[in-house]
Each structure stands twice: as C-alpha cells, then as structure tokens.
Design a protein around this ligand. Structure first.
Ligand code: AMP
Ligand code: MG
Length: 417
C-alpha cells in the first residue's frame, strides 16, 4: 500500500479521494469481541472462529431407499428368492447378521445391518409372503447405502471463521450437533438525524415538512448487514436540541459508531461540526471526492468513530454503502468486506465524468451469455428515493473518466437484493 498523507498533511480545502477515505476509515475499526450463542439464534450472525462437526454424519451406514438389505453376491443372478429375517426402519437397527440367502426389510434412513452390503429398492422386488421376497433386479455392492461419514466426519471443519450464517449453514451445523456457536458481537451503530424540517414516520406532515426517511433507510441497511441500529431520533437545527441528543448518546451503552445525518455542509443551519466540535469532535477529514455525498465528515466523538452523512437520501446511502458497510464488516470480522463488486456492459453511452468519483443509481440485468448489462437511472437527483429504491447497483465512474460508449465495460457495486 502506498504511503498516504496524514490528516494534517492534507490541505483542508481539498477533497479526500474515495480510496484514501476508505483506507483511513478502515484503519479506525477492528473486529469486536466474540460471544457464544445458541445455534437457534445464529441466523445472519458472523462466526468468530472455525466450527467443527461434533458428530459424524451419517453416524452409521444408512439406507438411501425403502427396500431390502442383502449381500450383493446373493443377487448376482436374478430373479432369486431370499428369506426375510427382520426389519430395520429409521431409528431402529436390526439386531443380527444378514447371512447368505437372507435379507432384512429396510427403510430410508434405517441402519444397514451387519453382513449386508447393498440395498435393493422395493420396486425391484416382489414380496411373496411374510417370510420371503423375490428379488427381480440385482445391484452391486454399496448401492443405495450412505456410508457412515459420507456427509462429514466428527471434528471435520464445517464453517470457516468470518462466515455469515445462512439457513443452510445452520441446518448443517444442527446435523453436526453444534448447539452453541461463537459469533462476533453485533456492532452497535447510533443514528441521529438533524433538521428542522423533519418529522417521524406516522406523524402529521405539516407544511414545509418531510418525513425523516433516512433513519429507517440506514437502520435497515445496518440490520441487513448484521449490525444493531440505535435510533436517537431527530435533533433540531439548534444548539440545545443537539446538546440534548449528545447527552442521550453519552447515556447509550457501548456505541461502536456514531452516525449523524444532515447538517454536514456549510449552510447557516448545518450545525453538526460546530456544536459537536464544542463537545470534543475531532474531525479526521471532511469532504470526499465523491458524488453524491461530498460533504461527508469522518471523525471521532465521545471516544468512538463518527461519520457525518449528508442529508439527501441518495447521498447518505451512497456514503453508507461505501464507508459505513466496510466499517461494519470489519467490526464483524467478515471474510468479505464492503458491497460486492462486478463488471457490467454499458447499455448506453455516458458523458465524461467530472473530478469526483461518481456512483450512479443503476439497474443491471443478465443477457443470454450470463453477462451483466447495466443502465443508469435517467435522472441522478440525490434527493430521489424512487430511483434509489428501484436500483440494484451503483455504476462507478472514476474521477475524470472519459466518455464511454454503449458496450464498454464498467464497474458496478451490487446492492442487497
Ligand atoms: P442537509 O444535509 O441537512 O443540508 O440536508 C440535505 C437534504 O436532505 C435536505 O433536503 C433535507 O431535507 C434532506 N434530509 C436531511 N435529513 C434527512 C432525513 N433524515 N431523511 C430524509 N431527508 C433528509
Ligand atoms: Mg439539514
């Protein structure tokens, strides 16, 4: 990694390049402590160590079919009649040996009795009476038997450290009798909106007012990514209201990241830096060469990292995807950090880009070759939630990128489906 200038070396007026902002933010976070929880509660959590099977699966040679357990050599020349000496349903083994000329009626999941080395499915047999069966079609040794350990063996590594647990992992771990899992503590992210114009969802929306939608936009993004959001509500654009919220933040337990929304620019009502500054905010950098989202702040407040997001929903979201998600994933110790990236074919021409890294709301589909084809949303207004909601990716344009033609390849950031 090339040496980056320290904060004090950065000219205060220049915009921080996206990559450098990401490096600085990433260095401010580390993995949180592990905790043990029941497997039943583990969906979506991130493992904090490797996990190993506590038992072998299947624990015994099991039948994969309803049929007859027997010796393959007895059915080399079919049809042949065999003596039925007992039963082995799932959960109950036959207490005896299958000897030449005999067979045990067996069912799917039943333990294959000693002496038998194959299972003939019942469709290939004709039951003559209680004590005998005619095998119509034979099978080689091992057929229709799931050997012990066929799925996994005791002490085999089943799940890597840093894995997000899905229902599929949980099903496997249940079969392996892993009742307790070690996961990373969920990062706690406090959210504070600012603005005189904001009201809470469900409230009466007066003239000149809008709903504070960003609280939910971001708290659900945090939940989707394995964190816990703590909504501190709305601070008005005045010192006493912000101070009240600072008191609330300080009274909140173990906040790993503090996020403010809005008030990050230089308007008369943008008080975040000014008021928080009076209470110890250290600004590491302010303003990133990104569009949308230029006025983002990164600093430290109340001994914890702080991100000051701009208020426009698309700006807040683009900054959150680029900077908050990596922080969250690092705290969780995930194997994959940040939104996944991909390459897509442009469905239309694009003008040359300005000096900021641009994240256009966009939608991709797959063509018949399985390649992604992407189109940017026609209007890139950062206040528009309707285009953001229906986007499934962000189309990335590097600073000063030349114009691009339909068919060119571009990088996209995939958004959660
Ligand atoms: P600001 O960054 O405070 O100048 O806000 C920029 C724009 O985003 C303004 O139009 C605000 O009304 C809007 N905005 C700020 N906070 C929120 C929020 N929590 N939810 C929705 N819109 C917001
Ligand atoms: Mg505002």
């Amino acid at each position: 990694m090339s040496k980056m200038p320290t904060i004090s070396e950065m000219p205060h007026t220049s915009l921080m390049p996206v990559q450098q902002a990401l490096e600085i933010i990433s260095q401010s976070f580390s993995r949180l402590d592990p905790e043990d929880i029941p497997l039943t509660q583990a969906l979506g959590r991130t493992t904090a160590r490797d996990h190993f099977a506590a038992i072998t699966q299947p624990p015994f040679n099991a039948s994969a079919m309803d049929g007859y357990a027997l010796r393959a050599e007895d059915v080399a020349n079919c049809p042949v009649e065999l003596q039925v000496i007992g039963e082995a349903p799932a959960g109950k083994s036959y207490d005896g040996d299958v000897t030449p000329g005999t067979t045990v009626r067996i069912f799917t999941g039943g333990p294959v009795p000693k002496g038998a080395d194959t299972v003939i499915m019942q469709e290939n047999a004709e039951r003559l009476n209680e004590g005998s069966v005619r095998i119509l079609i034979g099978a080689e040794s091992g057929r229709n038997i799931r050997p012990a350990g066929n799925d996994f063996a005791k002490e085999q590594k089943l799940v890597e450290d840093g894995t997000i647990l899905t229902s599929r992992h949980i099903g496997m771990m249940a079969a392996a009798n892993i009742a307790t899992v070690t996961v990373t503590r969920q990062p706690r992210i406090a959210l504070l909106s600012t603005g005189d114009e904001l009201v809470t969802i469900g409230d009466v929306v007066g003239p000149d007012q809008i709903i504070s939608s960003n609280n939910l936009l971001l708290s659900t993004l945090i939940t989707e990514n394995g964190g816990t959001a703590i909504d501190l509500g709305i601070a008005r654009d005045n010192a006493p209201s912000l101070e009240e919220k600072i008191t609330l933040l300080k009274a909140t337990d173990s906040v790993d990241l503090f996020i403010t929304i809005g008030g990050a620019s230089v308007g008369d009502h943008d008080l975040v830096q000014k008021i928080l500054g009076q209470y110890g905010l250290k600004v590491h950098f302010w303003k990133i060469a990104i569009r949308p989202g230029k006025p983002m702040i990164f600093g430290e407040f109340n001994q914890r990292p702080m991100i000051g997001l701009p208020g426009n929903p698309a700006s807040a979201y683009v900054c959150a995807v680029n900077f908050m998600l990596p922080a969250l994933h690092i705290m969780l110790g995930r194997n994959v950090i940040g939104a996944p990236r991909s390459i897509a074919i442009l469905d239309h021409a694009l003008k040359d880009n300005g000096s900021r890294q641009d994240y256009m709301r966009a939608y991709y589909t797959e063509n018949s070759d399985g390649e992604k084809v992407v189109a940017a949303t026609p209007r890139q207004d950062s206040a528009k939630l309707s285009t953001l909601a229906h986007a499934n990716c962000l189309l990335v344009r590097t600073p000063n990128a030349p114009s691009a033609a339909k068919g060119d390849r571009v990088e996209i950031l995939l958004l959660q489906p």
